[in-house]
Design a protein around this ligand. Structure first.
Ligand code: HMN
Length: 292
């Protein structure tokens, strides 16, 4: 498959207090994580706040990322949207901008039937020339699928992978066993090591924007068979993730970028800026990360 493996940050989108994209900060984040050695970027996903943005802003983010990265690593464009026409439009843009793949969250909110979800991916895959990574995140979409249903979706020509953001590792294992050529990305950063042991091809996550060196070290330790070191790193990362998730995740990740001189910016409403005490906690998280 043309889909990238390895550690892939789910790219944050720095915005100003009006919610406009801060191009320079986005470029700094891309350059910084590239220097850390990441294997690609997942652009415009949940972490990128795509569901809070206009289509033209989403296109702007896709284009800033492709211009900046300029072929150094593969890019995956998340193009999922409530309005299918927006998805088709963004899929075309992603292709024109040189993306390696597209990804779409499973249709949500209306409680669609399996057949409706199947038709959605089938049509997107027919129209787009790029491989599709379905984005499975039942905790946020409110819609889960069995491993048998996912396997039926995986049979759609062009649907080559899944971003598996679920704690059900039995389901992950069943999928891996059934579909040896399907590309599976771990979606919960907390569960990277167990997911690696079950044979995922890569990992896409929000916290990798600020922990890339540590998580790449975990990945390499696993590949070298040093499970003690990999386990130690997962534990350290999970302490950081626990602190991040307890402190309003996305605004805190951006605050950490700002502390590193990378800008970072704010999040779009209804996300609120960090309070004074959340800023203090963010400073503690920053110190913690640098000590690991
Ligand atoms: C994306 O779509 O932007 C991300 O890939 C989402 C990613 O799976 C993250 N999930 C959410 O933020 C809901 C995780 O990285 C998550 O933030 C992390 O595991 C901490 O819980």
């Amino acid at each position: 498959s043309a889909l990238p493996g390895g550690i892939i940050p789910a790219l944050l989108t720095p915005v100003d207090s009006r919610g406009d994209i801060l191009r320079d900060h986005l470029v700094s984040l891309l350059e910084y994580t590239l220097d850390c050695g990441v294997s690609g970027f997942y652009v415009g996903g949940s972490t990128g706040e795509c569901f809070l943005m206009s289509v033209s802003q989403r296109k702007e983010v896709l284009s800033i990322a492709s211009e900046t990265v300029s072929g150094r690593v593969p890019l995956i464009a998340h193009i999922g949207a409530q309005n299918v026409d927006d998805s088709f439009y963004l899929a075309e843009e992603a292709h024109a901008l040189g993306y390696s793949a597209i990804s779409a969250v499973t249709p949500y909110y209306y409680g669609f039937s399996f057949q409706e979800v199947f038709s959605y991916y089938q049509e997107l895959c027919q129209i787009s020339q790029l491989p599709m990574v379905m984005y499975f995140i039942p905790a946020l979409t409110g819609r889960t699928f069995t491993s048998q249903e996912i396997a039926r979706l995986a049979a759609i020509p062009g649907l080559e992978g899944i971003k598996f953001t679920d704690g059900d590792l039995f389901k992950l294992e069943r999928l891996r066993g059934q579909l040896p050529d399907f590309v599976i990305y771990s979606g919960y950063d907390e569960l990277l090591l167990p997911s690696l042991s079950l044979g995922v091809n890569g990992a896409i996550g929000s916290t990798y924007n600020v922990t890339a060196p540590l998580v790449i070290a975990l990945w390499e330790s696993f590949r070298e068979g040093d499970l003690a070191r990999a386990g130690h790193l997962q534990r350290e990362l999970n302490t950081i993730i626990e602190m991040l998730v307890g402190n309003n995740l996305y605004p805190t990740l951006k605050d950490l970028l700002a502390r590193r001189g990378l800008g970072g910016g704010l999040c779009r409403r209804p996300f609120l800026p960090l309070t004074a005490s959340q800023k203090e906690e963010s400073a503690r998280i920053d110190t913690h990360i640098t000590r690991v």
